[in-house]
Design a protein around this ligand. Structure first.
Ligand code: MTE
Ligand code: MO
Length: 423
């Protein structure tokens, strides 16, 4: 098939996605080894060493292939003034699908990871309730549980894009504070019902058992809606990094409210005004007033391939691939541009479009060696459309840095090098 036969979907090389199926690997461009080419050229097929003798047998606990160890979370250097504080980021550019492996789920700790023995841990529900309750881990395991796939995103994710100069980063370094898992646990509404919430209660204060005593206030209507006491993550007990033995999971909302190592839930009339909802996690406006309690994470998407610091080593057809999510619902549409936002084409959504979970999208793109600016723009089931960086800055000014969900622009130059840029 000749280049000219490809049906255009938008400017600068975006093509109709049915071509990806028609072309197959052999049609994608030069230098691609495939079984088809090997057969045509009558090449001799060598039997590799690993096919000639049995390998090791079954094991009690699995580890990943040694050939995939380059996929790592990136943890910053430890800060002696902030023991255990900091974050590690998921290697988004290496992952596919919508579930983040537990070992690569991003982390954000304010005082490190406590080593909690579940046998000595308690969850207390008190405050404005008819009957204060104390649960052990064993008690909670006896309750009926539900399983839901939800993303988790730190509200500080992507903040580097609000600085004056575009950082020369990767999908991981700029956007790696988002991950997605199947969370299994007890609907909080079940436990609240058992405790009996007093009529005047409006808020719920959640506190963690780590040395940071992380506390956050959550409006009671959300607590009754879809909040979980999560005990399992992708089928295994919640990892220590993610809050073992239990965490609050608040779907679609800024990661900070999903309090890890959860030990207390107190029903109150007013928000408690914890440190992390006053001096932190508020958005400072141009007049220096601060917006408090910006809970749902915005409608957002990101191209993960090609992405920052990758390079295209041949001209031809590429599959643009990425992820999209929204705290407001499910992803209903993802558009992609190869000309910096002048023209757009609809990408295919490859995954289930479930509420507050990651979606995976793709679209084929013909790169003919010229400059390009690749962007993606998500729309969610409430009709929210991902904004440009300019729109975010115009709306919020330059003092605010949480909750950035602007469109990411990756510039491709004539050498095929991909860099973060401001379009
Ligand atoms: N107890 C406690 N809960 C916490 C934190 C913490 O430091 N301590 N960090 C919060 C922040 S800022 C985020 S973004 C998420 C990160 O969850 P993860 O580490 O499982 O990705 O946990 C939240 N819950
Ligand atoms: Mo966070």
């Amino acid at each position: 098939m000749k280049k000219t036969d490809l049906e255009k979907a938008a400017g600068n090389g975006l093509i109709n996605r049915r071509h990806l199926l028609q072309l197959g690997l052999a049609g994608l461009g030069s230098g691609v080894a495939s079984s088809v080419l090997a057969a045509e050229n009558n090449l001799k097929i060598e039997i590799p060493g690993w096919s000639k003798q049995p390998g090791p047998g079954a094991s009690a606990y699995g580890v990943r292939s040694g050939h995939t160890e380059f996929m790592q979370r990136s943890a910053g250097a430890p800060n002696p003034l902030y023991p255990g504080g900091g974050a590690s980021r998921s290697p988004l550019q290496h992952l596919q699908g919508t579930i983040t492996p537990n070992s690569l789920h991003f982390e954000r700790h304010h005082a490190g990871i406590p080593d909690i023995d579940p046998a000595g841990h308690q969850l207390v529900i008190n405050g404005l309730v008819k009957q204060p309750l104390v649960f052990s881990y064993e008690d909670l395991l006896k309750y009926p549980m539900v399983s839901r796939i939800y993303f988790l995103e730190c509200s500080g994710n992507s903040r580097a894009l609000l600085g004056p100069n575009p950082p020369d980063g990767t999908a991981q370094s700029i956007h790696g504070l988002v991950s997605c898992a199947e969370w299994t646990g007890i609907p909080l509404s079940t436990l609240l019902e058992e405790a009996g919430v007093e009529d005047e209660a409006r808020w719920l204060a959640a506190v963690g058992a780590d040395a940071a005593s992380m506390g956050r206030s959550i409006p009671l209507n959300k607590a009754h809606d879809d909040v979980l006491i999560a005990l399992f993550q992708n089928g295994e007990p919640v990892r220590p990094e993610q809050g073992h033995p239990m965490r609050l999971f608040v779907p679609g909302w800024e990661g900070n409210v999903s309090v890890k190592w959860l030990t207390q839930l107190k029903l109150t009339r007013e928000p408690v005004q914890f440190r992390d909802e006053t001096s932190k996690y508020t958005d400072t406006l141009p007049d220096r007033s601060s917006e408090q309690f910006t809970f749902p994470m915005g409608c957002k998407s990101l191209i993960t391939s090609p992405s920052g610091q990758m390079s295209l080593n041949r001209q031809g057809v590429y599959q643009i691939n990425g992820m999209a999510w929204s705290g407001g619902g499910s992803i209903s549409r993802v558009e992609v541009s190869a000309d910096g936002g002048r023209s757009w084409a609809d990408a295919a959504i490859e995954s289930n479009q479930s509420e507050k979970a990651l979606a995976r999208f793709s679209i084929p793109w013909q790169w003919s060696g010229g400059d390009a600016i690749l962007q993606s723009r998500a729309t969610d089931s409430l009709g929210n459309v991902q904004p440009t960086r300019e729109a975010i800055l115009a709306d919020r000014g330059r003092l605010s840095f949480y909750h950035n969900h602007c469109i990411q622009s990756w510039a491709v130059n004539g050498n095929g090098e991909v860099r973060n840029t401001y379009a």
